[in-house]
Design a protein around this ligand. Sequence first.
Ligand SMILES: C[S@@+](CC[C@H](N)C(=O)[O-])C[C@H]1O[C@@H](n2cnc3c(N)ncnc32)[C@H](O)[C@@H]1O
Length: 258
Amino acid sequence: MEVGFQMAIKRFSIGNIVLFQGEALEVLGRLGNQSVGAVITDPPYASSGVSAITKAQAPSQKYQGIHVKNKHPEFNGENRDQRSFHFWSSLWASECYRIAREGAPICVFSDWRQLPTTTDYLQSGGFTFNGIVPWDKTESCRPARGKFRCQAEYIAWGFKGRCQSDKHPVYLSGAIRERVNPKEKLHMTAKPVAVMAHLIQVVPSGETVLDPFMGSGSTGVAAIHAGLPFIGIEATVEYFAVAKKRLSSAYKAHHKGQ
Ligand SMILES: C[S@@+](CC[C@H](N)C(=O)[O-])C[C@H]1O[C@@H](n2cnc3c(N)ncnc32)[C@H](O)[C@@H]1O
C-alpha cells in the first residue's frame, strides 16, 4: 500500500524549483520538518457548499460563466460542506506548520463566504493570524443589479510563531488592486502573477516558498521572478502539466536574463 502511494506521486524539478503531482496531504507528509521559509497558497474554497445541489456542482458551474470562451479543466476539492472544509483545511494547515521554519509567513486566499473559516483554520493549524489583505479585482468584475459588485477576494496572513522583521525589514502595502486578465488565465480560478508577486515580497531572501495547491503555478512564477526556491503540489494531472511547462519556461527565461 505504502509503495503504491509513493508511486502515485510524480516529481519534477528544474534548478531550485520542485513540483509534485499528487494529493497535498500525501506529499506534505513526505516533506521535512522546518524545511520551507513561507507558505503562499490558493486552496479550493469549497464555497457555497450548503446544499446537496451546490455541493455537487462542478467548479466550472460556480466559477466559469457559460459564455466563457477559454474553458479550463475541472478540479477537485470543491464538494466539501462547511464542517468538513474546516476539518480538512486544518489538516493541511497543520502539516504546513510542521514543515515551515519558525517565523515563516503564511498567506492563504479566501472568498467572502469562507473568510471566517479561513482565519479559523489558519489558527487551528497552529499559525499566528495577523490580518487580511483585501484583493480588489476592480470594476472589471460583473456588476450586480441592486447589490454591491462582488469584486474582492481576501488573503488571510500570519506567521509560524512571531514575525522575524529583523531578518526582513520590509514595509508592504496592506491592500492589492489588480484586475484579472482572462486572456492570461491558465486555470479556471488563476490568480494574476502581479498579485502573487505582491505577496512574495513578505518572504525573506533565499527562503523556499511552498504552495500545496499550485494549480497553474502562478505562485511559482512569482517565486522564480523573485529568485526564490519553490515547492509546488497539484493533484489535477492537467494543471500539473500546465504548471510544469509554465515554470520550466519561467525558470529558463529568468536565468537566461541574468
Ligand atoms: C484555486 S486552485 C489554484 C489556482 C492557482 N492559484 C493558479 O493561479 O493557477 C486550487 C488547486 O488545488 C488543487 N487541489 C484541490 N485539492 C487538492 C488536493 N487534495 N491536493 C493537491 N491539489 C489539490 C486543484 O486541482 C486546483 O488546481
